[in-house]
Write a protein that binds this ligand. Structure first.
Ligand SMILES: *Cc1c(COP(=O)(O)O)cnc(C)c1O
Length: 387
């Protein structure tokens, strides 16, 4: 029987223990015991599927991964200690020295740093394509290109990439398409439907949704995940059982939380659209968004992030942040608490001003991760800070 998304998020569960607990227990154990010498031999020879050591697998992380696989329509996955551990390990497992990554220009700041400052050490090269010109990708593919990488919606500008088109391009050139789906969450968008081979999440964001744990996960085909698993069980970026337990619980409420995040975000975006204190506001499900039609095609709702630009440049921006009373000044997102961020001085400060402008980050730009407080209170705080 095929259950719906919300049901699988709640009813996907590892086997009950002898105590028949209702809520899943935590398996805070580094290793597991064997019945006898033959069990030990067969387990290490991988003749049976079982837990041996929590760097390889643990019941709590397996449950978390199984839920994400069902949500994303993926065959298999591996859970990591953070989103960046997932990003790094996925690339490090799949790529060889000499390989080339073709990535969207608008990506998470640490992923950009990974491509720019660290991968060259291992002779792994990258080039960026403009997200408004997917047709240019054809000309950027080299004989060494192995992967196309992108995020949608993008951070922090909430731009939208056409995932179906990316899927077609990757297929045409026989490249592995990897989508960082963190901004959408698996509830709003499932990139595998559009041709992605692997989907990465930072579980730190909407998946946990309450700002408690760091986590990451990569899901996709059995074959690719097996390569990632072989690499990861040796290099040790595995998610801790405690954090996996927290996350698996969090996923039980993902759908209801994200529904409210999106409802609040759309209301805030609509409020800001007419506000005289700002130059522009961007939200995927606002009709004024340049990619509104694509967002509607591939997403269930617009997500939790709204971006806008305060009038008056950097000074007005600083004034805005200093005037905020209720909301949090922080760099995280996808939290039940609304968070306002200044990308130019925080998440994207490592980029040069020119690089920032090339991905649409202006000095006055504000990113709001709209939380679950009452929308009237969120709007009132932003309104009073703008005036
Ligand atoms: C936060 C984030 C990451 C990194 O995740 P961590 O859990 O912080 O390591 C990667 N991609 C995107 C889009 C993110 O927002």
């Amino acid at each position: 029987m095929n259950n719906k998304f919300e049901t699988d998020a709640i009813r996907t569960q590892i086997e009950r223990s002898q105590f028949l607990e209702h809520s899943v227990p935590m398996y805070l154990t580094s290793s597991f015991v064997f019945d006898d010498a033959e069990d030990m031999r067969a387990s290490f020879a991988e003749e049976k599927e079982r837990n041996i050591y929590s760097r390889y697998s643990n019941p709590n992380s397996s449950e978390f991964v199984e839920k994400v696989c069902k949500m994303e329509g993926a065959e298999d996955g591996f859970a990591f200690a953070s989103g960046m551990a997932a990003v790094f390990s996925t690339f490090a497992a799949l790529l060889n020295s000499g390989d080339h990554i073709l990535s969207a220009r608008s990506i998470f700041g640490s992923t950009h740093s990974l491509f720019t400052n660290f991968f060259p050490k291992w002779n792994i090269d990258h080039s960026y394509f403009r997200i408004d010109a997917l047709e240019e990708i054809d000309n950027l593919v080299t004989k060494n290109t192995k992967v196309i990488y992108a995020e949608s919606p993008t951070n922090p500008g909430v731009d939208i990439l056409d995932l179906e088109k990316l899927g077609e391009i990757a297929k045409k050139h026989n490249l592995i398409l990897i989508i960082d789906n963190c901004f959408a969450s698996p509830y709003l968008q499932q990139p595998i439907k559009f041709g992605a081979d692997l989907v990465i999440h930072s579980g730190t964001k909407l998946m946990d949704g309450q700002g408690r744990v760091l986590a990451g996960v990569t899901v996709g085909s059995k074959e690719l995940i097996d390569t990632i698993y072989r690499f990861s069980r040796i290099t040790g970026p595995a998610l801790s059982p405690f954090n996996a337990w927290v996350l698996s619980k969090s996923l039980e409420t993902l759908a209801v939380r994200v529904d409210r995040h999106c409802e609040n975000a759309l209301k805030l975006a609509e409020f800001l659209e007419g506000h005289e204190g700002i130059n522009w506001v961007r939200y995927p499900f606002l009709k004024s968004h340049p990619k509104y039609a694509i967002a509607k095609k591939q997403m269930k709702a617009g997500g939790c992030v709204v971006a806008f630009e305060v009038k008056g440049g950097i000074a007005a921006g600083q004034h805005f942040f200093n005037a905020i009373r209720l909301l949090s000044l922080s760099a995280n997102l996808g939290d039940s608490r609304t968070i306002v961020t200044h990308p130019a001085s925080t998440t994207h400060s490592k980029l040069s001003p020119e690089e920032r402008l090339s991905v649409g980050i202006t000095d006055g730009m504000v990113r709001v991760s709209v939380g679950l407080e009452h929308i009237d209170d969120i709007i009132n705080d932003i309104d009073q800070a703008l005036s």
